[in-house]
Design a protein around this ligand. Structure first.
Ligand SMILES: Cc1cc2nc3c(=O)[nH]c(=O)nc-3n(C[C@H](O)[C@H](O)[C@H](O)COP(=O)(O)O)c2cc1C
Length: 180
């Protein structure tokens, strides 16, 4: 499996880092400019620290990179976490960054697009954008850890959300205890 994984300038960028660590297969990583800043702000990590968990890293302003084209084959794109700004652009069909272009390609090629928004509360504009993308075929998977899995650490909460993403791409995992 080949994945395009995008990290944007959201609080909770650790969700994306955890996902990169857990995802089996080839990982093509794109981080937005704000994503890099939040990465530094919330974790102190740099791009060099992420290199071990990605086969390729592309710049978000490189619209010549392979994921910008529908002829580049990948199985799914996961935007984790996804800002409301990036989500709104995708919903509006704006493709002026590699992340938004790759998402647009994913939708038009009818491939799996998993979007993990992290924002609360949500305005009606945000809700409408999420609905529009869900109707267009995207999976909207909010970063909202459940408590039935009895999380004890932040890592447990990250694992729940990342596990739900892995469920969507059909990857076996034991990141959280399932109900029942
Ligand atoms: C520390 C920090 C945390 C942020 N957290 C969020 C967030 O959780 N959700 C969100 O939608 N935007 C958040 N933002 C705002 C986005 O970073 C901003 O809208 C930016 O333009 C998004 O750019 P991008 O989508 O290209 O990454 C945050 C900004 C900062 C500085």
């Amino acid at each position: 499996m080949r994945y395009v994984v995008a990290l944007t300038g959201c609080s909770g960028i650790r969700y994306g880092i955890r996902l990169l660590e857990e995802l089996d297969g080839e990982r093509e990583l794109i981080i937005s400019e704000m994503g890099r800043k939040v990465l530094d702000e919330e974790t102190g990590l740099t791009m060099d620290d992420l290199e071990a968990n990605a086969e390729e890293i592309y710049s978000d302003d490189d619209l010549f990179a392979p994921p910008a084209s529908g002829s580049h084959r990948f199985d799914a794109m996961i935007i984790c976490p996804c800002t409301q700004s990036t989500l709104a652009k995708i919903a509006a069909g704006i493709s002026d960054t590699l992340i938004t272009r790759a998402a647009s390609v994913t939708l038009k090629e009818k491939r799996k697009l998993i979007i993990v928004p992290r924002e609360t509360p949500l305005s009606t504009i945000m809700l409408e954008n999420e609905l529009k993308l869900a109707r267009a075929g995207a999976i909207i998977l909010p970063a909202s850890p459940a408590f039935y899995a009895e999380p004890r650490t932040v890592d447990d909460m990250l694992n729940f959300v990342v596990g739900k993403v892995l469920d969507q791409v059909g990857q076996e995992h034991d990141l959280f205890r399932r109900w029942g």
